[in-house]
Design a protein. Sequence first.
Length: 251
Amino acid sequence: MTQSILSFYFFILGIVLGSFYNVVGLRVPTKTFFQSQRSYCPSCSVSLRWFELIPVLSYIVQSGKCRHCTAPISKMYPLIEMLTGLLFLFCYVHIGIQPLLLEALLFVSLLIIITVSDLKYMLIPNRILLVFLPLFLLFVMWQPNPPWFSRLLGGGVGAGLILLVILFSKGGMGAGDMKLFGLLGLVLGLQNVLIAFFFSTIIGAIISGLLLIIGVIGRKDPFPFGPFIGMGALISYFYGNDIWNWYMHIG
Ligand SMILES: [Zn+2]
């Protein structure tokens, strides 16, 4: 009983924070995050009232349109809110109430914010990474698993792998991806950062290949890699050890 109530709370917490992460991801790159301007419709510039800003629900009630000018509201808002809610719920169910849950929620939060920024602006802002760096360093010192030397090596190897991709692919990934992967390595450790790299590049290659074939993107179009790094990192964070054991067993 308590568990289902807590599950529900974590889901709602994720939806509410997801709404905040939309704002962070959209405003930090344009340096408008600390301007206390209320949220407004980008089409008709009307300031939105509180009942137009309820995560997910407002979008459904208003059928995805602005109440004033009927311009469509970006689907990214409710999708990011739902995704954050589901991932927070998953973290709680998977980990339970223990200190590691905080690390997992921070990890998900970082990945959601950079996904918003990268999809919207093709940018992974340094300022976002710099906010999360000291928080993750606390876990490097505090959490014994993975051990601190594995985490530091994971950070270096993660950034190094992306540097190699940048040098050899001439424009596939950018410096933001490299810094992000270094930061993720601090959380994942050496073994799991390799697994995250494997899944990020495979998923990225498959999806960008499909988008190329159906003509959504052109061969020369820049392509945000952040969301795929996020997917690879989550697979590795939650299932990396299982995958590693399975691989060692068949090898
Ligand atoms: Zn409007």
